[in-house]
Design a protein around this ligand. Structure first.
Ligand code: SF4
Length: 635
C-alpha cells in the first residue's frame, strides 16, 4: 500500500552506517501527518535537500516550504536528504528505497518531489535520490505512477543542465509558488501527467523544460529556445513575495537531532540586495529588497526561541547590517534577551555597514560569535571592477572596531579568479591581512587573529559577469600558491582555500545548457556523489566523462560570451534587463582601466533601472519605521 513506512527494513541497516541518527527523524517541531489527511484530495510532497542531513536540515528554504505546505489540511509534506554512500550501498542490497525522515515513506509514492538546489554541485545527488526511489532518471521515461519532480533554489535559475531529469522548475520565492503548484496538481492530476505538466508550464513562475525545444547554431551556440505547446510563454518570470511580514516562516524551526552546520535559530530580516556586486547571483536574482519589520522580526525571534530552546539567533539576509533599522533590531533584541544570555549574530555583514553600536549590541550577551567580512577583492582596482565599493580604510576601521570591542578573531572572505584579476591583486590580500593584524593589535592591546578564506570565482547566470571567461584552474592554483608564500608563517593569519578544480565543474554546471546533462549522468553512473565534499569530489572523473560524451569543458567555462549570444537561461526571467546587465559588464571592464561607472545602492540613490521593480508594480520596501519593540516579560 502506498505511503507505508519502510522503517522496519531500514532499522537493521542503521547500526552499520555512520551517524545513523540522521536517518531517524522525529526532531522537535517535525510533522508526520496521516497519508490520507485530505481524503481523495490529498496532495503529497517529498522535499529533498540533495546533500547530507547536517547541511540540509538547517536550510531555511526547505523548512519554510515544509511548514507552509503542512499548514494546508489537504496537503502533506515530508523531508528527505541524501543518504551517504555507506547507507546507499546497504539500501540497494536490502531493497530499501529513498525514504522520508518523517514518516519513512518511500519517496516514489509521493505526488511531487521538490528538490532545492543551493549549489549546482548537488546535481549528482538528485540522480542518486531518483534512482534509489525507483523514479526513472529522465522525465521523458516517467509515467502516471511517478512523482512530478520540481526543482527550486538559486540554481533553478538555469536548470538547463538538469532539464532532462526534472519535470519543472519554480523560479524565485517559494512560499506562494509551492501552494500554487499544489493547487494546479490537485486540479489537473485526474487528466494525467502530460496535461498536468502543460498546466504547470502555463502557471506563472513555473518552467517546464519539456515544453520548450532548443535549436542550435552550427558552431554549437544556441539559436533559440521555443515553446512547443500553445499557451506556454516564451519567457518565464520569477515569483516574488512582496510582503515578507505576511510570510513569517519558519514559525517553528526544526531542532536537529544530530550535529549540523548551524546550531542556531535563524530569522530572515530582509530578502534581496541592491548593492550591485557584479559577481553575486544571489543579490541579482532576489531583487528587489524587501524588509521584514522590526515587529515581525521580534515576534519571530520570541516564538522561535519558545518553540526550540536555541540560545543563538542568527539575523539572516544577504547583508544583514544593511537593514534600515538594524541598530534598533540589535539593541532592542539585546534588551529583551540580555538576561537569558541568548546571543545574536549577523552571519553576513558588509564592511561598511558594521559600526560600534552594532558591535556592542551583538556582544552584550557576553558571547561573541564569529564575524565575517567579505572584501572579495585584494585591491581597490579589482573591487571597482566587481562593484564592491569598500576601501581598505573602511575595512581596517571595521576590523579594528571589532577587535577593540573584544573580538579576538575575524574572518575575511575573498575570491580568486575574478575578471581582469592580476597576480598583484591577489598579493594585495596578504598585505591587507597583515595591516588588519597590525592595527588590530594596536587597538586591542593584545594579540589578535584573522582568518583569510578564499574561494574560486565562478561566473553565474543573471549577473553582469555571465558573459565573462572563467579563470583556468591552473591560474587560480598558481595565484593561491603565490599568496600562501606571501602570507608566510605569520601565526596571526589563518589561511583557508580550495583549489580551482571544483570551481571549474561548478562553472560547467552553472552556465551549461541541456547537453551538459549527459556529463552529469555519466559522472553519476561512474560513481559520482556528494560533489560539494572534497573527499568525494573527483575532478578527473568529471573531465574523463565530459570527454567521453563529447562535451568541451573549456567551451563552457573559459570562453568569453558575446553580446548577441543567446544564453541557455535567456528564456528564464529573473527580472533583470539584459541590456542593463550588459552595460554593467562593460562598466566593469572599463573600471579595470580606471574608467566605468560604479553602481550605487538604489535603496539610497535614485533607481538605476535594472528592470526588476516595474514588472512587479512595487516600490522598494524599507524603513526606518521608527517603531519600537515592547519589552517581553518574563523572557
Ligand atoms: S528597478 Fe530600480 S529600484 Fe528596483 S531594484 Fe532595480 S535599480 Fe533598484
Amino acid at each position: 500500500m502506498a505511503g507505508q513506512s519502510v522503517y522496519a527494513a531500514l532499522e537493521p541497516l542503521l547500526p552499520r552506517v555512520t551517524k545513523p541518527i540522521q536517518y531517524v527523524g522525529g526532531e522537535l517541531n517535525a510533522q508526520t501527518k496521516p497519508w490520507d489527511c485530505g481524503g481523495d484530495d490529498t496532495v503529497r510532497w517529498a522535499l529533498l535537500y540533495p546533500d547530507a542531513y547536517e547541511v540540509g536540515l538547517p536550510n531555511q528554504g526547505l523548512q519554510i516550504l515544509y511548514e507552509v505546505l503542512n499548514e494546508d489540511p489537504r496537503t502533506l509534506a515530508e523531508r528527505t536528504y541524501s543518504v551517504w554512500p555507506d547507507l546507499e550501498a546497504l539500501m540497494r542490497e536490502a531493497g530499501v528505497p529513498q525514504f522520508t525522515v518523517d514518516g519513512h515513506r518511500p519517496v516514489g509514492d509521493f505526488d511531487l518531489l521538490g528538490v532545492s538546489f543551493a549549489t549546482e554541485l548537488g546535481y549528482t545527488n538528485l540522480l542518486s535520490a531518483l534512482d534509489l526511489a525507483a523514479i526513472p532518471l529522465h522525465s521523458a521515461d516517467r509515467t502516471e505512477a511517478h512523482p512530478i519532480v520540481v526543482a527550486g533554489g538559486h540554481a533553478a535559475f538555469n536548470p538547463e543542465p538538469v532539464a532532462d531529469f526534472i519535470d519543472a522548475a519554480a523560479l524565485g520565492d517559494g512560499e506562494q509558488a509551492v501552494k500554487t503548484i499544489t493547487e494546479v496538481v490537485r486540479a489537473h492530476r485526474h487528466l494525467g501527467r502530460e496535461a498536468t505538466l502543460t498546466a504547470l508550464a502555463k502557471t506563472p513562475g513555473v518552467y517546464v523544460p519539456s515544453r520548450y525545444d532548443v535549436e542550435y547554431l552550427p558552431d554549437g551556440r544556441i539559436r533559440r529556445v521555443v515553446p512547443n505547446r500553445e499557451g506556454v510563454p516564451w519567457r518565464v518570470a520569477k515569483n516574488t513575495v512582496t510582503d515578507l511580514d505576511e510570510w513569517p516562516y519558519p514559525k517553528q524551526p526544526l531542532v536537529p537531532l544530530a550535529e549540523t552546520v548551524h546550531e542556531r535559530m535563524s530569522v530572515e530580516i530582509f530578502r534581496g540586495c541592491t548593492r550591485g556586486c557584479r559577481f553575486c547571483q544571489a543579490g541579482m536574482i532576489t531583487r528587489p529588497v524587501r524588509e521584514r519589520s522590526l515587529q515581525t522580526v521580534g515576534k519571530m525571534v520570541a516564538d522561535g526561541l519558545a518553540k526550540t530552546g536555541f540560545s543563538e539567533v542568527g539575523l539572516l539576509s544577504l547583508s544583514s547590517a544593511d537593514h534600515s533599522e538594524i541598530d534598533q533590531i540589535a539593541t532592542q533584541l539585546a534588551d529583551r534577551y540580555e538576561e537569558s544570555k541568548t546571543s545574536l549574530s549577523l552571519p553576513s555583514t558588509r564592511v561598511d555597514a558594521f559600526n560600534v553600536t552594532l558591535a556592542n549590541e551583538l556582544s552584550r550577551s557576553g558571547r561573541r560569535s564569529g564575524l565575517t567580512f567579505a572584501p572579495e577583492g585584494g585591491s581597490e582596482r579589482l573591487r571597482r571592477v566587481i562593484n564592491k565599493q569598500v576601501s581598505e580604510e573602511d575595512l581596517i576601521r571595521t576590523t579594528t572596531t571589532a577587535y577593540g570591542a573584544g573580538w579576538q578573531q575575524v574572518k575575511l572572505y575573498f575570491m580568486c579568479g575574478l575578471p581582469t584579476e592580476t597576480d598583484e591583486d591577489v598579493l594585495g590580500i596578504a598585505a591587507m591581512a597583515k595591516e588588519v593584524i597590525r592595527q588590530g593589535r594596536e587597538a586591542a592591546g593584545r594579540p589578535v587573529r584573522v582568518t583569510v578564506s578564499i574561494g574560486g570565482f565562478v561566473p553565474k547566470p543573471h549577473t553582469p559577469f555571465q558573459w565573462a571567461a572563467q579563470a583556468d584552474p591552473d591560474v587560480i592554483d598558481a595565484r593561491l600558491a603565490m599568496l600562501r608564500q606571501s602570507v608566510g608563517r605569520d601565526k596571526a593569519i589563518g589561511f583557508r582555500y580550495h583549489d580551482g578544480k571544483p570551481g571549474q565543474v561548478e562553472g560547467l554546471l552553472a552556465r551549461g545548457d541541456r547537453r551538459v546533462g549527459a556529463v552529469i549522468e555519466a559522472v553519476w553512473r561512474d560513481g559520482g556523489r556528494f560533489d560539494g565534499w572534497s573527499e568525494h569530489f573527483s575532478y578527473d572523473r568529471w573531465m574523463t566523462q565530459a570527454a567521453a560524451v563529447g562535451i568541451d569543458v573549456a567551451w563552457y567555462t573559459t570562453r568569453e560570451r558575446g553580446e548577441t549570444e543567446v544564453l541557455p537561461w535567456d528564456h528564464l526571467d529573473a527580472g533583470l534587463d539584459k541590456d542593463w546587465l550588459w552595460a554593467d559588464w562593460q562598466d566593469a571592464l572599463a573600471a579595470a582601466e580606471g574608467g566605468g561607472d560604479g553602481v550605487e545602492d538604489c535603496r539610497w540613490t535614485p533607481c538605476f533601472d535594472c528592470g526588476v521593480c516595474p514588472g512587479l508594480d512595487l516600490e522598494i520596501e524599507q524603513g526606518p519605521t521608527g517603531r519600537q519593540l515592547l519589552p517581553l516579560s518574563p523572557v
